[in-house]
Design a protein around this ligand. Structure first.
Ligand code: NAD
Length: 452
């Protein structure tokens, strides 16, 4: 198929390159000419494992192009996918990019004789596709639904694992409000052999929010348990959770007595809270929608409240050991919101840096790929130094906070560094290590009292 994708960020680019790799002819549009130029020169503007190689391959096979969008863009495709950002505007979903794109598409549909389906892939609250998007297209095209189609195909890829998630999804949701669009979506995803669920666009929109809200709820629930445990004393939350995970409803036992350890269990490990470009804004958007439809979202309120406070646990733990953080040298390892990405949007590490700066600590920061994006947020500050290698400041700091589980930080616990780390604080914000990994240091973590 000829496919147009509007918005070429983490979702649009991965979707475009993967659809092209499966044999479609894809044109990705963006408003940012730097993105377009970079892609046409064969360079990915974002870091995602495997993406650069796949981009090179689809460009070589002439199945992928990037173009700048304009008010007179001629999309020349059977299907137009919207993948622009839907950020948070004080908790409420900001649909301005979606609206802007819908207007351009509506103008194109006006001048185009062929049937085209407009499919929203951006995460949007239920009712957006069949009211806002449809309404703007009808207004700008002078046509009604049926003369064009609308669909909603939520995206479940996770940054850091995006190519595999897109290529081998657990299910594909084919949201549609007209039969022709369902056919187009079925054709688009024909090369994928997985469960495909055909629902209306509102249901498709809600599936994404239900998915993310439940995952975020698990994280806040386990973080609350961890905080209770830390205050009781003489309990390590990981000893508790390891046993909880063994409940066969979480990790089923097969007939041959081996266990399945589903990935869902990684959302039941405590830490310094969830961040990223999806969970915080999606839970907030659903919370805000709930109020609009007259429901008090008590659980979502609590999920967000627990999460908001969780990053501060790191500062409290540091203060318990170092007392005053002023002029203390702290090494922060990891600024991306999770390993495998350069995305720092809503990253908990950024909040930790802010708190440390307020407390006048001297901070050394390292991340394998996200320093460029971190520097955009923190303009030069005399107490903030960005490191090329994480080992260079080990000997001069008072405490090391490991905030992102980048595999290379596992080496910190190797014997090579035990002497350098003697007497220093290791603050494991993600339960990345075992408490016995640092016999010569002061090991602090979430869900374990300081005196344990
Ligand atoms: P992003 O910010 O990385 O990319 C959005 C792109 O859209 C940018 O390149 C921007 O320049 C472009 N854009 C903005 N306005 C435009 C316009 N008028 N015309 C053309 N291009 C325009 O965002 P993202 O992370 O890819 O997220 C996109 C959507 O997908 C969001 O709704 C998000 O919630 C959802 N989503 C994201 C992820 C994820 O892991 N990032 C996963 C699932 C769903």
């Amino acid at each position: 198929m000829n496919v147009s994708i509007v918005g070429t960020g983490y979702v649009g680019l991965v979707s475009g390159v993967c659809l092209a790799a499966k044999g479609h002819h894809v044109t990705c549009y963006d408003i940012n000419n730097k993105v377009v130029d970079s892609l046409n020169n064969g360079i990915c503007q974002i870091y995602e494992s495997g993406l650069q190689a796949l981009l090179t391959s689809v460009l070589k096979d002439d199945r992928f192009t990037a173009k700048l969008i304009s008010d007179t863009t001629f999309f020349a495709s059977d299907i137009i996918i919207i993948a622009v950002g839907t950020p948070s505007d004080n908790g409420k979903i900001d649909l301005s990019y979606v609206k802007q794109v819908s207007e351009s598409i509506g103008k194109y549909i006006k001048s185009n004789k062929n049937f085209v389906s407009v499919v929203v892939k951006s995460t949007v609250v239920p009712g957006t596709t069949d009211t806002v998007v449809r309404g703007i297209i009808e207004e700008n095209s002078g046509k009604t639904l049926g003369q064009f189609g609308i669909g909603m195909n939520p995206e479940f890829l996770r940054e850091g694992n995006a190519i595999q998630d897109f290529m081998e999804p657990d299910r594909i949701v084919l949201g549609h409000d007209d039969p022709k669009t369902l056919k187009q979506l079925q054709q688009l995803y024909e090369p994928w052999n997985c469960d495909k669920i055909a629902v209306n666009t509102r249901t498709a929109e809600m599936i994404k929010y239900a998915n993310n809200s439940l995952l975020a709820t698990q994280i806040s629930a386990v973080n609350e348990l961890a905080n209770i445990v830390a205050s009781i004393g003489d309990i390590d939350i990981m000893d508790v959770m390891d046993a909880v995970h063994m409940d066969k409803r979480w990790s089923p036992i097969l007939p041959n007595k081996t266990r399945i350890h589903p990935e869902i269990l990684t959302y039941l490990i405590p830490g310094c809270g969830f961040g990223g470009s999806c969970f915080p804004k999606d839970v907030q958007a659903l919370q805000s929608l709930a109020h609009e439809v007259g429901v008090k979202p008590r659980i979502l309120d609590a999920v967000l409240k627990v999460n908001e406070k969780q990053s501060y646990q790191i500062i409290e733990l540091l203060k318990k050991s170092l007392l005053d953080l002023k002029n203390k040298n702290i090494l922060l390892l990891g600024t991306s919101f999770k390993p495998g990405t350069d995305d720092v949007r809503e990253s908990v590490s950024l909040k930790i840096i802010e708190y440390l700066l307020i407390n006048k600590a001297k901070i050394f920061v390292h991340d394998p790929v996200a320093i460029k994006n971190t520097k955009i947020i923190f303009s030069s500050h005399k107490n903030l130094k960005f490191l090329k290698t994480w080992t260079e400041a080990l000997s001069s700091v008072d405490a090391i906070v490991v905030a992102t589980k980048w595999p290379e930080y596992k080496q910190l616990s190797s014997l090579n560094y035990q002497d350098i780390l003697a007497g220093k604080i290791i603050l494991d914000a993600r339960r990345f290590y075992s408490p016995t990994d640092y016999p010569k240091s002061i090991y602090l973590t979430i869900g374990r009292s300081v005196n344990n």
